[in-house]
Design a protein. Structure first.
Length: 160
């Protein structure tokens, strides 16, 4: 016994397109609108150019913040009154007093400057965090923070 096969077909449709409507409303073969906006395809489009430039700006900002954190770490590591438990991987520098109350140091920094630092506890040790994250934070702001930290970390300053 053989299966029955039914063929279903349709009549051939022939479309004759003389001209496709286009977004540019220019006759075929004329690239005038593309020349005006300097775009020969999606890859070179103004939106992608804008996004590419924006990504470059964000990348430069991130690199700047990482460089500022590295410089702050090197500066604080040179202070004999401060202990830096590790080198920062990103833009957060942690430090504490070698001897003395680190929380009191943080209070002193906040009382004597406009620098805002945060505190944390890691393995039972109080640490102060200097986070360089804001797009508005630049070298002069980090320098002000470092000056405030060094002033507050001096033993004679903590005695007050």
């Amino acid at each position: 016994m053989e299966p029955t096969v039914y063929a279903i077909g349709s009549t051939s449709t022939i479309l004759k397109i003389k001209r496709l409507p286009s977004f540019e409303r220019a006759p075929p073969g004329v690239a005038y609108p593309r020349k005006i906006i300097r775009m020969s395809g999606v890859a070179g489009g103004p939106i992608l150019q804008f996004l590419s430039r924006l990504a470059k700006i964000f990348q430069d900002l991130a690199v700047e913040k990482l460089d500022l954190a590295r410089a702050a770490h090197e500066d604080l590591a040179a202070d004999p009154h401060l202990d830096l438990p590790w080198t920062p991987d990103l833009s957060t520098v942690t430090f504490r007093l070698r001897t003395g109350d680190t929380r009191r140091l943080l209070d002193r920094i906040h009382a004597t400057s406009t620098t805002m630092l945060s505190a944390t506890t890691v393995d039972g040790r109080d640490l102060i965090r200097l986070c360089v994250l804001s797009h508005r934070s630049h070298a002069e702001h980090v320098d002000q923070a470092l000056d405030a930290i060094h002033r507050a970390a001096r033993p004679d300053s903590l005695a007050e």
